[in-house]
Design a protein around this ligand. Structure first.
Ligand code: SF4
Length: 105
């Protein structure tokens, strides 16, 4: 009897973990995009399109620098947007850029 309860408990934990992982993936996929006018975005000079960066203001920026090849980006390779820890609960554009850009190693 004890083994049965333990087995049921383990199955419930496994099922719960799967539901949580799926929920997190859905929540991230439906997270809103960062608005360039948000205070945090303005503070970091975030733009959704790296070609729109003010070259005079950010002379070290190149158009090859995009969120999708930034160290902080955790989106999937072929998706148009993904998470960045600097914008919790939101998504940044894969072709975006901000002043905190760090080339992925
Ligand atoms: S830190 Fe990197 S991934 Fe995040 S917004 Fe800036 S460039 Fe994009």
């Amino acid at each position: 009897m004890k083994n049965t309860n333990r087995r049921i408990f383990i199955m419930q934990v496994a099922a719960g973990s799967s539901v949580l992982a799926a929920s997190a993936a859905i929540a991230q996929a439906t997270a809103p995009m960062v608005n360039e006018k948000d205070p945090q975005a303005l503070a970091l000079a975030y733009v959704a399109n790296t070609t729109k960066v003010d070259a005079a203001k950010y002379p070290k920026h190149t158009s090859a620098q995009v969120c999708s090849n930034c160290q902080l980006y955790s989106g999937k390779p072929n998706e148009a947007a993904g998470p960045c820890p600097l914008f919790a609960g939101k998504q940044v554009a894969a072709n975006g850029w901000c002043n905190a850009y760090i080339k992925k190693a």
